[in-house]
Design a binder for this molecule. Structure first.
Ligand SMILES: Cc1cc2nc3c(=O)[nH]c(=O)nc-3n(C[C@H](O)[C@H](O)[C@H](O)COP(=O)(O)O)c2cc1C
Length: 427
C-alpha cells in the first residue's frame, strides 16, 4: 500500500504515470490506495479539468458562440434546463461510516450486458458541428470505458461508422420517418450493424423554440451569418479541426438526401422526412419488427409509462430532452422518483437530464434509476479537450461516483436507494 495525503496528490500521480482507470481512486480511511485496483488501461485523466464545470468553461472558450449555444442552451427561458440540475442537487444521501465495508463496485447489468459503470452517453444530433469528429471520439470513449453509446439518427457519424468503432456494441436512437419504408431501412441498417438496443423518442412532438439558436440562425440547416463567420474565425482550433474533418453532414441520412440539395431545401427535406409525434400506432409496428431491446425516451408520466409497458417495451428513459423542448415541465428527478417504484418491476427505468457529476449520478440511482445517461457532460469533455476529452470525462465521472459510493459505504449501484433520505427528494 502507498500512502497519500490528499486526493489532489493521487490525481497528479495518476496523470504522471498514465496508469489505471475505473476504480483507481479508492483511498481508504488511512489514505492508502489498494494496489490491486490498478488496471492496465491508459488514463486520459487531466487534473486541470476535475469537474464538468471546468470542462464547460474550457469548451466555451474554444467553440464558436453559435456552436456552444446549440450545445448548452435550453428552450424559452431555460427554466427546465436549470431545474433538472438544481432538483437533482436537492437529493441527500445518508452515509454509514461504522459498518463493515469491503469496497464499491460500479459494474451494472443492463439488457444482458455488463457495463463498467451505471451511466452512458445519450444521443446528440449534429455533434460534428459542435466539435469536429465529436461523435466518433465519444463512441471510442464509450468503448474504452465499457459504457453504452447512443447514436442519434441526425448525428454526423453514420450507423456503419459507429458500428466499426464500437464493434457493433452501440444503441441507436430513431427519429420517426414519415414513410414506413425509410423507417424499415433504418431499422435494418441498425440491426445489420450489430445494434441490439433501439431508442424511440416521445418528447419531440413539435419543433423546439430556443431563442439563442433562433438568434444565431442555427436551425437546420445552419445559416452562415456574418456573426457566425466571425465566431468561427475567433475559434481557430475548432476551425482547423473542421477543415481537416470536412463539412459536418447527417451521415446516416446522407444516402436518402437527394444530391445537390441547397441548404434551404435540405431543411425542408428533413422536416418532411421526419414526423415528430410518437403514437401507439407508430410504436406497435416497431415493436413487431425490432427483435432487440426497445426503449422509449422522454417518458415523464404514468399514463405514457403504461402505454410503453402495454406494447412490451423493455425500457423507458425518464427525460425532458435536457430542457430543450418544454420549459414548464417537471425536472426529470421528480417523475423518476414516482415511476421507478411504480413500474420498476415491469420495465427498466432510466433517466437523463441535469447530471454533471458523480454525485448527481448517485442521486438519480438512489431515487431508483436502473441506469443514467448524459448528453451535454460528455460533449463538454470533447469540446474542451478534443480526441480524448470523452475518455477524460468518463474516467472523471467514474472516479467521482466511486468516491460517493465509498464515502456513503455503498457496495453496489443497486444498493444506492438504501442511502436515500426520502424527505429530500423534490416534488
Ligand atoms: C445539443 C443536443 C442535441 C441533442 N440531440 C438529440 C437527438 O438527436 N436525439 C435525442 O434523442 N436526443 C437529443 N438530445 C437530448 C439528449 O439525448 C438528452 O436527452 C439530454 O441531453 C439530457 O440532458 P443533459 O444534457 O442535461 O444530460 C440532444 C441534446 C443536446 C444537448
Amino acid at each position: 500500500m502507498q500512502r497519500y495525503d490528499s486526493i489532489a496528490e493521487v490525481l497528479k500521480l495518476e496523470d504522471k504515470t498514465s496508469r489505471s482507470i475505473g476504480q483507481s481512486i479508492v483511498v481508504t480511511a488511512t489514505g492508502e490506495i489498494p494496489q490491486t485496483l490498478h488496471s492496465t488501461m491508459t488514463s486520459h485523466f487531466n487534473s486541470e479539468y476535475p469537474s464538468i464545470e471546468h470542462l464547460r468553461a474550457k469548451a466555451k472558450s474554444r467553440m464558436p458562440g453559435f456552436a456552444y449555444d446549440y450545445l448548452a442552451a435550453g428552450c424559452f427561458s431555460e427554466v427546465n434546463l436549470a431545474r433538472n440540475a438544481s432538483d437533482i442537487r436537492k437529493v441527500q444521501l445518508k452515509p454509514w461510516y461504522l459498518r463493515d465495508f469491503a469496497g464499491a463496485d460500479q459494474t451494472t447489468e443492463l439488457f444482458g450486458e455488463t457495463y463498467d459503470a451505471p451511466f452512458g452517453i445519450a444521443p446528440v444530433g449534429l455533434q460534428g458541428l459542435m466539435w469536429p469528429k465529436a461523435c466518433e471520439f465519444l463512441a471510442q470513449a464509450a468503448v474504452d470505458h465499457n459504457v453504452p453509446f447512443t447514436l442519434s439518427t441526425v448525428s454526423t457519424a453514420s450507423i456503419e461508422d459507429v458500428s466499426k468503432i464500437t464493434n457493433g456494441r452501440f444503441w441507436f436512437q430513431l427519429y420517426h420517418p414519415a414513410e414506413d419504408d425509410l423507417r424499415d431501412k433504418l431499422l435494418e441498417r441498425a440491426w445489420e450493424a450489430g445494434c441490439r438496443t433501439l431508442v424511440i423518442l416521445a418528447d419531440t412532438p413539435t419543433f423546439a423554440y430556443r431563442p439563442k439558436e433562433i438568434r444565431n440562425g442555427l436551425s437546420i440547416p445552419p445559416q452562415m451569418t456574418l456573426r457566425n463567420i466571425v465566431q468561427m474565425f475567433m475559434s481557430p482550433s475548432w476551425a482547423m479541426g473542421q477543415l481537416a474533418a470536412g463539412k459536418p453532414e447527417f451521415k446516416t441520412m446522407k444516402q436518402y438526401i437527394p444530391k445537390g440539395l441547397s441548404m434551404k431545401h435540405l431543411g425542408l427535406f428533413m422536416n418532411k422526412t421526419f414526423s415528430g409525434r410518437l403514437t401507439e400506432a407508430k410504436i406497435a409496428p416497431i415493436r413487431e419488427k425490432w427483435k432487440g431491446n426497445l426503449v422509449v425516451k422522454g417518458i415523464v408520466n404514468p399514463e405514457d409509462a403504461e402505454v410503453a409497458i402495454k406494447h412490451g417495451l423493455d425500457g423507458m428513459i425518464v427525460s425532458n430532452h435536457g430542457g430543450r423542448q418544454l420549459d414548464r415541465g417537471q425536472s426529470t428527478i421528480v417523475p423518476l422518483s414516482r415511476l421507478a417504484p411504480e413500474f420498476g418491476d415491469k420495465i427498466k427505468v432510466m433517466i437523463d437530464g441535469g447530471m454533471y457529476s458523480g454525485a448527481d449520478i448517485a442521486a438519480c440511482l438512489a431515487c431508483g434509476a436502473d441506469f443514467t445517461f448524459m448528453g451535454r457532460s460528455p460533449m463538454f469533455g470533447v469540446c474542451a479537450l478534443g480526441r480524448y476529452g470523452g475518455q477524460h470525462t468518463l474516467e472523471m465521472l467514474k472516479k467521482q461516483l466511486q468516491q460517493v459510493m465509498e464515502q456513503v459505504g455503498c457496495s453496489q449501484v443497486s444498493r444506492l436507494p438504501e442511502h436515500l433520505i426520502a424527505e429530500s427528494v423534490p416534488g
